[in-house]
Ligand binder design. Structure first.
Ligand SMILES: Cc1cc2nc3c(=O)[nH]c(=O)nc-3n(C[C@H](O)[C@H](O)[C@H](O)COP(=O)(O)OP(=O)(O)OC[C@H]3O[C@@H](n4cnc5c(N)ncnc54)[C@H](O)[C@@H]3O)c2cc1C
Length: 317
């Protein structure tokens, strides 16, 4: 079976690996370098409880995906030997008692572990992963299974009848690709970029412990001490410029969550473009042998193992 995947972010790369494991001959093509989109920019929180305050498809997918992570990473490490920074450190979510009760009610009913604390909710199952490590491991796993990785070549149009299956996984750019099946256009559901700023600090390892979050402000610390604080949601097209005022505001809010940050200077500030859609598109397009794997918005790192397994199971069935 010959599969063509447009987009080598976490979603495309994980799908390529899973399909190659099932014996598919996969081409994975990216407009830029491997993993250069939102995937390398993301913080890597695996935290459905903090993300969703109402029942939704997102929450259900996120919970399932979070629980797939340990085995997913174990398999990747075993195949590649590449270390992947991952810690199930939990997350303290600061919220008023009313907000906490409303949020915890539906989340507990769906099976998420939630602990009430005086300042809000603690999610003991929450974890983080370093997306840069994950990208490195997925690249190695793809290479060792003979996935053809093509970089710096935008896919502007693609005829899916030339392959057994085509997967569109180009993140915020997915709907720009003109896809046809036997000459007939295949409808691509809309997606748009939502920019996010992040800032990072070089701190002593072990300083933070559990992740902390209030609203959309959060901090996590990687095992090497690098501490990430975010973030914003900006409807600014494909502009990826870093705005120093925005970074200062994130710094101020993050220091309220974790006072030692007030005296620290960010070592790095960066942005990324989240692929926004009302719900993630994970499955077959309306026509043709085309699969959609985009629109994961704020949770594409979390949803990577689930998306890849579902697509591979459907395509290689
Ligand atoms: C600031 C920020 C913080 C985030 N934090 C988290 C988090 O804590 N937890 C979490 O789960 N998620 C987080 N996310 C979201 C997550 O990063 C994304 O949902 C996820 O990376 C999307 O992965 P993707 O592979 O679909 O897209 P991308 O990583 O954007 O990959 C798409 C790829 O397609 C390529 N491409 C574009 N056009 C074409 C074309 N024409 N032909 C071929 N290739 C093309 C691009 O170059 C890119 O490499 C965050 C995102 C941002 C920006």
């Amino acid at each position: 079976m010959r599969v063509f995947i447009a987009g080598a972010g976490l979603i495309g790369a994980a799908a390529a690996w899973r399909l190659a494991q099932r014996g598919a001959r996969v081409t994975l093509a990216d407009a830029g370098p491997f993993g250069s989109g939102a995937s390398s920019a993301g913080a890597g929180m695996l935290s459905p409880g903090g993300e969703f305050d109402k029942p939704s498809v997102w929450f259900d997918l996120g919970l399932e995906a979070m629980r797939m992570y340990p085995a997913f990473l174990e398999e990747l490490r075993a195949e590649t030997g590449i270390p992947i920074d991952f810690a199930q450190c939990g997350c303290m979510h600061f919220a008023s008692p009313e907000q906490a009760r409303a949020r915890a009610g539906f989340q507990c009913a769906r099976g998420l572990r939630v602990e009430f604390q005086p300042e809000g909710l603690f999610y003991p199952e929450d974890a983080f992963v370093d997306p840069a490590d994950l990208l490195r491991a997925l690249r190695r796993a793809c290479e060792s299974r003979n996935v053809a990785i093509v970089e710096n070549q935008p896919v502007n149009r693609i005829e899916s009848a030339d392959y057994d299956a085509v997967v569109i996984a180009a993140g915020a750019w997915s709907a720009q690709i003109a896809v046809t099946h036997c000459g007939a256009p295949v409808a691509m559901p809309p997606v748009k970029p939502i920019k996010g700023h992040l800032i990072g600090f070089d701190l002593a390892p072990g300083l933070l412990g559990a992740m902390r979050r209030r609203g959309h402000t959060y901090i996590l610390q990687r095992s090497n001490g690098f501490t990430v604080a975010g973030s914003t949601e900006e409807d600014a097209g494909f502009n990826t410029e870093v705005n120093p005022d925005t970074c200062r505001e994130i710094h101020r809010q993050a220091a309220e969550l974790f006072p030692p940050l007030a005296a620290a200077q960010p070592a790095k500030c960066w942005t990324g473009l989240r692929p926004f859609a009302p719900e993630p598109y994970i499955g077959r397009a309306a026509s043709g042998n085309v699969w959609l794997a985009y629109g994961h918005f704020r949770n594409g790192i979390l949803l990577t193992p689930l998306t890849a397994s579902r697509l591979a199971a459907e395509i290689a069935a």
